[in-house]
Ligand binder design. Sequence first.
Ligand SMILES: [Zn+2]
Length: 354
Amino acid sequence: MLIPVLKGPLSATFRSLSQTARDKGAVMVFILTEGTPEDYRSMADRIRAYTSAGKLSLKKPGSESSSTGVFVINQPVVEKIFNTSLDKLKKACEDPKKKSLKKIKPGRIAYRVTVHLNIVKTENVLGFLEGGDKKEELLVVTAHYDHIGTTATGEDRINNGADDDGSGTVSVLEIARNFAKAKKEGHGPRRSMLFMTVVAEEQGLLGSEYYTTHPIYPLANTVVDLNIDMIGRVDPEHKDSTHYVYVIGSDRLSTELHQLSEQTNAIYTKLRFDYTYNDENHPTNLYKRSDHWNFAKNGIPIIFYFDGIHEDYHRPSDEVARIDFDLLAVRARCVFYTAWEIANREGRIAADKK
Ligand SMILES: [Zn+2]
């Protein structure tokens, strides 16, 4: 699960400032900070650490980034660039007719920015099970197998990601194992199935983005994606009634999918479906925060299964010992039965709400 954390109010302010300037046609953005030279230095250090930390992307870095060509500068640099004193520049900006602003002739400056490019090779892991009489249609079950690596400080620095998303990864494997077993015993799914654990979810849903831009089956034939991202824990809101799962997105693109999901659960697993995060106005916007989004944005109905945001989220304490295995198994069965119904029903799930 990927929930964006603003790196402090500073960078958020800079980002929105520079975006506004960009929207109005600015090619470069200079942000002047006021304060003592020490203030400037400490801020520059923070920004340097942030911008040099690197970022993974499917594309090579280019001018599309909102932070390219944005400079945070201090007063002496402003005065050099605009060839005038800061006071005069400020006064010129206040002139509503912008006449005095036009009189300011900028000086010439030279700068150099170095971009280090590392190409990292990685992969999604795909397991394909061919269907029967409707094998040209595909149902996808996904979870991400990457996590956030190690943290810089503390005794235990390893972020295990047992819940995020070890719980989803093992569920996909188990669902795949059971569909394969059923097929061996003569009960193979009518539609084809793709069991896919994807990489780089935590870096911005990159593995699923790669798949949906390079699908092995046409997206037009892809019926549904069931995405599992964190289903092994209980969040603080459900400490007293743990037989639940958050269900997100089931009704966004397909009335039928939502009904099927509800009915299947009512028959087999009887979990309490919590739709809190499905609210379009919920500030976390989880509908766009895990791998299913790359399918949904292509008009493919999805369901996202999730256990909530708990105290060990993105911490080394997201340990396997804290997983509630019985609950994990029930939730995985819920996805299994839902997948079974979607794969074997007569009609393809209709996306009637695109
Ligand atoms: Zn995560």
